[in-house]
Design a binder for this molecule. Structure first.
Ligand code: ADP
Length: 477
């Protein structure tokens, strides 16, 4: 049994702004189920919510500040949670990183810098809890200084740093290094300095004993200039200590046999019931109700990363192909307007809902025949996994976690029963259109299509599998 201190700035259901929270909520749970001794440590934000009781555990003094550590557990699990209670830094309205207007908190470097220092005190058991972890598992830039500070300690735990998205790095002016009172040994180009700035993520990338990211393909991609944001050289230098482990999905929340948010539950043996969801989806979006017409769905942030611009370019051609398209998402205002304009122009083919709606997301996953995910980059991605579990065939670009979780449909993958989607290479409208055309041909071959659906539904996307890979890594280290 390993003692693991799991360090994160968000974890579902306590506090969530994105996919990071899903991983940091699920992975510790799955590790506890594998009998590991794990504690999750997280700032006690104003917006943090829990149904479990919270008790005072101990106080400590860091940087001349008095900090309390509170203890609770994750709702519906045995995971012990340590809340870092320091109201002057964490009791803010809004979310962990930005205010209600979406502006970053001006003292984010100080807020997460202090969090990292506190984690180090806990990790070295200078807080007298008689619990010293074997492994400190850090996630994303907010926790990046932990491996850096720990590298200066004797008899320290091993450190792992997981990258959930290289696009976010925690870069601050060089003067922050002084205000944070960073030890001089860490301040150089091979350390935390990055183009005359302080880089939190470099703390993880330079000093962690091992780096993981959320898919094997993304682990390779970030070693190239296209995906590495100037850190590709460092990542390539560390490639012997860098690997990818695919995220799992919440199999209870995403279960077509019990899903309360869809019109009709279904399974591999009652796949015909899936079409009742298609009808419900067409009605909900005001599209002509027709079981024969292939229905393509998309859910997600409307940003360039997700290839939304490619979809917008393709839509005028797509409407001539005898299909329907539904989209749920929000993001870039320009994309939102272009999509709404296209829906007005082609009301029988395109339907758009701008917003965030989890129940509707479930109905789209269940009711669509095909799910579109032409991302430019995708560290792991979740929707392509939900889709496959729901027998909805994903069209994905061959990048990151999409490349690792979707098997293209080819004669050989049909023969060995692995074909589960359509994969295309180039991030261009013509490549996406070709992929859609190829999909429509397969859709018309009813038997083949059903085989693809069953292959997709039988894939193992459990956290159990993923947690076992992390555990094997902890043991190897
Ligand atoms: P990312 O974390 O890059 O946004 P992922 O595919 O990893 O992309 O995860 C996105 C998650 O957020 C999925 O669970 C997806 O269903 C959900 N989601 C995104 N946009 C919406 C929306 N508008 N309504 C409901 N759920 C959404």
């Amino acid at each position: 049994m390993k003692k693991i201190l799991f360090v994160t700035s968000e974890a579902h259901p306590l506090i969530k702004t994105g996919g990071l929270a899903d991983v940091c909520g699920s992975l510790p749970k799955a590790l506890v189920e594998l009998s590991q001794d794990i504690r999750l440590i997280i700032p006690n934000y104003q917006a943090l919510e829990t149904t479990e009781s919270v008790r005072f555990l101990f106080s400590l003094r860091v940087d001349n500040r008095n900090i309390n550590i509170l203890e609770t557990t994750m709702p519906d699990s045995q995971v012990i949670v340590w809340l870092v209670d320091y109201p002057a830094y964490y009791n803010y309205p809004g979310n962990p990183y930005v205010d209600e207007q979406g502006k970053s908190w001006l003292n984010n470097a100080e807020r997460f810098g202090l969090f990292c220092r506190i984690v180090v005190e806990v990790a070295m058991d200078r807080v007298h809890q008689d619990w010293k972890p074997d492994i400190v598992h850090c996630n994303d830039w907010q926790t990046g200084l932990v491996p850096a500070f720990l590298s200066l300690e004797h008899d320290r735990p091993l450190t792992i740093f997981t990258i959930h998205n290289m696009a976010y790095q925690g870069i601050f002016p060089a003067s922050t290094a002084t205000s944070l009172n960073l030890p001089g040994q860490l301040w150089h180009l091979g350390g935390l300095e990055f183009h005359d700035n302080l880089s939190f993520i470099k703390g993880g990338l330079v000093y962690a004993d091992y780096i993981t990211t959320v898919s094997p393909t993304y682990a390779l991609e970030i070693q190239t200039p296209e995906y590495g944001y100037g850190l590709e050289g460092l990542l390539e230098y560390r490639k012997e200590s860098l690997g990818g482990i695919i995220n799992g999905i919440d199999l209870e929340q995403w279960d077509s046999t019990t899903d309360q948010a869809i019109a009709q539950t279904y399974s591999e043996t009652t796949l015909a019931n899936k079409k009742l969801n298609k009808i419900a989806l067409q009605e909900r979006f005001g599209l002509p109700v027709n079981d024969d017409v292939p229905l393509l769905g998309l859910i997600g942030r409307l940003v360039e990363q997700k290839g939304i611009d490619l979809i917008i370019e393709c839509l005028p051609d797509m409407v001539t192909m005898g299909l329907q398209f539904v989209l749920l998402g929000s993001g870039d205002k320009g994309f939102e307007k272009q999509l709404k304009d296209l829906a007005l122009l082609y009301p029988d083919t395109i339907a758009i809902t701008i917003g965030y709606d989890e129940a509707l997301a479930h109905l789209i996953e269940a009711g669509s025949d095909v799910f579109l995910m032409p991302s430019r980059f995708e560290p792991c991605g979740l929707n392509q996994m939900y889709s496959q579990r729901y027998g909805t065939i994903p069209i994905v670009r061959k990048t990151g976690g999409l490349a690792d979780t979707v098997t293209d449909t080819l004669p050989e993958t049909l023969a060995n029963e692995t074909a589960s989607g359509i994969v295309f290479n180039e991030a261009s409208p013509s490549a996406l259109l070709e992929a859609i055309k190829r999909t429509l041909v397969l859709y018309s071959l009813t038997d083949t299509w059903e085989k693809m659906q069953l292959n997709a539904m039988r894939k193992d996307f459990s956290w159990h599998r993923s947690a076992q890979e992390y555990l094997a890594l902890y043991e190897k280290l």
